[in-house]
Design a protein around this ligand. Structure first.
Ligand SMILES: [Zn+2]
Ligand SMILES: [Zn+2]
Length: 857
């Protein structure tokens, strides 16, 4: 046996992380760690019977759809022939007898030198897909190294425990992050062959210190990018360039997979990789289920990536109900206090979830409720407790809230109590905060669309004991997207709906990243190709700004210090929120939204506690607040104007035009409304004195000719309300197409825009330089606007409500809005737009897309 001294200097875990690979007892399928049946637990009703009881509570049936997600048997595959016996034995010790088919397929591709992304469901065992080729290579080539990247330190630590638990000789896995003591860092750089870190550490530590890492980088065979769907928007665009910088450093140290391994062993796959001339390591990415993962992974790495998407792991059966709370009769809003929704017209999702939780707990059903905010989780738990105590005094004790603010031990304690059955109901904020053991519950309630289909399945995946059916319920909030989804189950079940979007060409990301690259080593013309379109312009702007100096051999960083670039920073320096009386820092607000959220007089919620802003000092970047809980909420209103800077691409569809391009948005927060929390009634509007701000970003826009609007029955006086309502709903539905939320996006509509000379609706990225959302909207315009039209037309309200055309962030106080005319506008657009949309790749700037002739269709 090995001597412990040869292994990593870190202790092995007492227990290995549960791994979802084929185990002896898993064929037929079984849950990872099933919740036990306590002897005192009454038998649990079948999901169908439980659901019948829940929906019988009210006169109007709140269930819009029931989907039976069948159990799925796993499909094991034989071990690939190249997996060494030692590695098979190590997995066998953990109970893994064979990989699932998708794991073997992805591992084979990676081992053959192909960049691969495996995009399958939660707990489908994606880690085996990258562990197999990486560890097999480390065992075969004593010099090879592997770099693993996770979005969080905690995830890297979990993965470290999994790899260390295999006890493979000579691999020496080690976590390298901001918490790693100095003394250990040196050891890791010299001896570890499997370094686990995060993109921030790669950006701030490893790449700037590449001289210390040259040995490791020279021998780098695999780069593993775990949970790669989290690299989206501006953050994702930064990470894309950090990976290009990594590829550049590997290339500088001059190896290709084929060359490095030629002396130590030869496999056909390696030779192929070498002969293809692919410089640098092979990338293996793991993603949650997402639309078009190959394209997203290709944008992230800048390399051609093959996707493996067919999930062959076993799954328990789930009865999944979509639930729409009933419309409230007029004037009963006051009976629903404590909910900050503006003018709710449906019963709040929080109330509904609390009632469902009380009912399932009363029936002895072990239930987990997911709520989006901490405050919401506490409201749900408190209301469920109260309802239970009214029915059976003492029963309320079996429900608890579970918050991120609790200590890890407290949280694990709550999880154990739920697994044992001491607790029957838990209201939690986020599936990722829960321990991996908490699966096998009888029911999961999801209060509000969690933002992505991946999160939905992650949350629903906590339900389902081995062999038994479980119940999952999605409770819709009063919001256009939630409303659309509970009436369009086809958008949820059986297909991935959203793609991960990022835009590495964003000049606000590209320029600072090129500065970092130049600091690491002078940039050459070949490097510019690596960093993609826009790199030359960005370098020129850096030269002009005095950051780079051009010499015959390339572009040089002119300063001593490193450029300061924060991967997660967005739109200006953050504003600190400080309690005036104590000087205590409560937190920060993103600079871009500070005018909206912490203007003087704003009610600011922080971890469920209410504060009122006394002053906002923009130069110091600081808002002073005091604790106060007034019975109103505040809503900032802004005045926005927009000019078109350039058109990247367009579709000429007769009376309708669809465009993608750069715009300059000027907005000024000019006033705020105070509204009663209980009723949404406007108390007053108060003026504000804040400066205007400029944003250069990317927008999608459509124009409709006045004649076609008139022909469709939209009176000229109703055009502004029609466009405004369509704009709101379109913003609300865009997250269906791209992983963003409506706060990432802005909009503007006008009956006559000076640049387009037509009635126009603009939807723009709320981040400087764009984040890919508007571009995604442009590429999927027909599908996006069709969903928007249906969401408005199918809403049961008369004149527009938060479920369709009202927006919680409208700068004009939701005025004017015309719901029926918005449908007419969208009908005109959809009748003229080519249904397939523009081609999937952007055409040359300012040139019409080839498939865009109005005659098509
Ligand atoms: Zn409505
Ligand atoms: Zn508006």
């Amino acid at each position: 046996m090995r001597s412990p001294a040869q292994a990593s200097p870190y202790p092995h875990p007492r227990r290995s992380t549960p791994n979802t690979c084929a185990r002896v007892q898993d064929v037929p399928p079984a849950a990872t760690v099933a919740a036990g049946h306590g002897p005192d637990r009454p038998p649990v009703a079948a999901p169908a019977e439980l659901l019948r009881r829940l929906r019988a509570r009210t006169a109007a049936d709140p269930v819009t759809h029931v989907e039976r997600v069948p159990a799925r048997a796993g499909q094991p595959a034989p071990w690939p022939g190249w997996v060494p016996e030692e590695l098979r034995a190590a997995f066998a010790r953990r109970g893994v007898v064979a990989p699932w088919r998708h794991q073997a397929e992805a591992a084979d591709l990676a081992y053959a030198g192909r960049h691969v992304v495996v995009a399958t469901g939660t707990a489908s065992g994606k880690s085996l897909a990258y562990q197999l080729p990486a560890l097999a290579t480390l065992l075969a080539d004593p010099r090879a190294t592997v770099l693993y990247l996770a979005p969080t330190k905690a995830l890297a630590a979990d993965q470290f425990r999994a790899v260390a638990g295999l006890e493979l000789e000579g691999v020496r896995p080690a976590c390298y992050d901001g918490d790693t003591p100095r003394a250990e860092r040196d050891w890791i750089r010299r001896h570890s062959r499997f370094v686990l870190t995060n993109p921030d550490m790669l950006h701030h530590g490893i790449l700037p210190g590449h001289a210390h890492w040259s040995g490791f980088l020279r021998r780098l065979t695999y780069v593993i990018v775990d949970e790669c769907h989290t690299y989206r928007g501006v953050f994702g665009s930064h990470v894309a360039h950090v990976l290009r910088r990594l590829r550049r450093q590997c290339a500088r140290f001059g190896r290709t997979p084929g060359q490095a391994l030629a002396g130590s062993r030869s496999t056909p796959g390696r030779a192929l990789a070498g002969s293809r001339g692919t410089p640098g390591p092979v990338f293996v990415l793991a993603s949650a289920t997402a639309g078009d993962p190959a394209t997203a992974a290709g944008r992230l790495t800048g390399l051609p990536v093959t996707a493996v998407t067919e999930d062959a792991s076993p799954r328990g059966g789930v009865t999944f109900a979509l639930w729409e709370p009933p419309l409230l009769p007029a004037d009963t809003d006051a009976a629903d206090p404590g909910v900050a929704d503006l003018a709710p017209s449906r019963r709040s999702a929080l109330r509904e979830t609390a009632d469902l939780l009380a009912d399932t707990v009363a029936a002895g059903v072990r239930t987990l409720a997911f709520v989006r905010s901490r405050k919401g989780a506490e409201v749900v738990a408190a209301n469920a407790r109260r309802a239970l105590d009214e029915a059976v005094p003492g029963l309320g004790e079996r429900v608890a809230a579970y918050r991120a603010g609790y200590l890890r031990e407290e949280r694990r304690g709550l999880e154990r109590a739920l697994l044992r059955g001491d607790l029957l109901g838990l209201a939690s904020t986020n599936a990722l905060e829960l321990g991996v053991d908490l699966v096998g519950l009888d029911a999961v309630l999801i209060c509000g669309w969690p933002g992505t289909r991946a999160s939905l399945w992650q949350q629903a995946g906590r339900a389902g004991r081995s062999g038994d059916e479980a119940l999952a319920v999605l409770v819709a909030r009063d919001d256009p997207l939630d409303t659309y989804l509970v009436h369009h189950p086809e958008a949820l079940f059986g297909r991935p709906v959203e793609a991960t979007v990022l835009d590495p060409a964003n000049p606000y990301v590209l320029a600072p990243q090129l500065a970092c690259a130049a600091h690491e080593a002078p940039l050459t013309p070949a490097d510019l190709e690596l960093f993609g379109s826009g790199a030359k312009e960005a370098v020129d702007s850096l030269v002009e700004a005095g950051a780079l100096r051009q010499r015959p051999t390339g572009w040089y960083w002119r300063h001593r210090e490193r450029p300061e670039v924060d991967l997660r920073g967005e739109g200006g320096a953050p504003v600190c929120v400080v309690e005036a009386a104590t000087g205590r820092l409560l937190g920060t607000v993103d600079g871009g939204s500070s005018h909206f959220l912490v203007h003087p007089g704003a009610v600011h919620l922080h971890q469920g506690v209410s504060y009122v802003v006394d002053s906002l000092d923009l130069e110091e970047g600081c808002a002073l607040v005091h604790p106060e809980e007034p019975d109103w909420s505040t809503h900032a209103r802004d005045v926005t104007s927009l000019t078109v800077a350039s058109v990247r691409s367009y579709v000429d569809a007769g009376p309708v035009g669809l465009f993608l391009g750069e715009v300059d948005v000027t907005s000024q927060v000019v006033s705020y409304q105070r509204r009663r929390i209980a009723t949404g009634e406007v108390i007053d509007t108060r003026p504000l004195d804040l400066p205007a701000r400029e944003l250069r970003t990317v927008a999608v826009w459509f124009t409709v000719s006045p004649e076609s609007l008139a022909a469709a029955g939209v009176e000229p006086a109703d055009v502004p309300g029609a466009l405004h309502a369509a704009e709101h709903a379109a913003i609300g539905l865009l997250p269906l197409m791209a992983t963003c939320d409506r706060w990432d996006i802005g909009g503007l509509s006008t009956a006559l825009h000076p640049d387009t000379e037509a009635p126009t609706v603009f939807v723009y990225d709320g981040h400087p330089g764009g984040a890919g959302f508007a571009e995604r909207a442009y590429r999927t315009a027909a599908q996006w606007l069709r969903a928007t039209r249906e969401a408005i037309a199918e809403c049961g309200c008369e004149a527009g409500c938060p479920s369709c055309v009202q927006s919680p962030k409208c700068g004009n106080g939701n005025n004017p809005l015309s719901k029926p005319d918005a449908v007419r506008v969208l009908d005109v657009v959809l009748a003229n737009l080519p249904p397939a949309g523009p081609p999937q790749q952007p055409g040359p700037a300012d040139a019409p897309d080839s498939a865009a002739a109005g005659s098509q269709e």
